[in-house]
Design a protein. Structure first.
Length: 209
């Protein structure tokens, strides 16, 4: 399969989830401004929506929409979704909330020139992060088991940090916990993004020799 992505975009959650699932995939970078892929193709001819992520399966089926991409990966690796009779329902509930309430709320921060609008968006996001902070249960959103929803939330928290959005200490601890996962470090490195662990946890070559 192949994931169309942009560095640090919501598609990063698909890459992390593919690594968590142990699934082999190719990755093709998309410039989301010009809509040209790294191999020089017009992305809008491949995906008329022009958005990443898009996951193309080995049989040629193409899946868009992050919720669909992440649930598909969870279908292939059921350990990446919450267990129990309502497990799938709870996963869709969480992914929908992250997508429609959190992800979308960032739009002014990415695209507006209006500082007042950006400040309002940051406050909305902070309030929604407070709500999700209450959901963190033991280690992750659904207890000790890391799920594809954690991969999506991690990307949202990366953005929140970059834009200086207020975060509870619990959420900061959660972010740092997720950042320590080998799959997350690998995904960030593959996209050319900085390691998200606190500096104190990153072994320096001088100190480790
Ligand atoms: N509804 C889509 C939205 C995905 C989305 O917002 N992707 C952003 C990157 S995080 C993008 O490709 N933006 C390109 C653009 O706005 O033209 C989904 O949930 O997958």
């Amino acid at each position: 399969m192949k994931l169309y992505y942009a560095p640090g975009a919501c598609s990063l959650s698909g890459r992390i989830s593919l690594h968590e699932a142990g699934l082999d995939a190719d990755f093709e970078r998309v410039d989301i401004k010009t809509k040209i892929t790294e191999r020089g193709y017009d992305y809008t001819a491949i995906n008329p929506k022009g958005y990443v992520p898009m996951l193309v399966l080995d049989d040629g089926n193409a899946v868009t929409e992050n919720i669909a991409v992440l649930t598909l990966i969870a279908d292939r690796a059921p350990d990446l979704e919450p267990g129990g009779p309502l497990g799938r329902t709870r996963l869709i509930e969480m992914l929908s909330w992250i997508s429609t309430e959190l992800h979308v709320a960032f739009t002014p921060l990415w695209s507006s020139d209006d500082e007042a609008e950006k400040a309002r968006a940051a406050e909305t996001i902070a309030k929604r992060l407070d709500l999700i902070s209450d959901h963190i249960n033991e280690l992750y959103l659904f207890g000790p088991r890391f799920t594809v929803a954690d991969a999506y939330l991690f990307v949202m928290l990366r953005w929140a940090r970059a834009f200086g959005v207020r975060m509870s200490p619990d959420l900061v601890g959660y972010f740092e916990r997720v950042a320590e996962r080998e799959t997350v470090r690998r995904a960030l490195a593959e996209e050319g993004l900085p390691d998200a662990r606190p500096a104190s946890q990153i072994a320096s070559p001088e100190l480790s020799s």
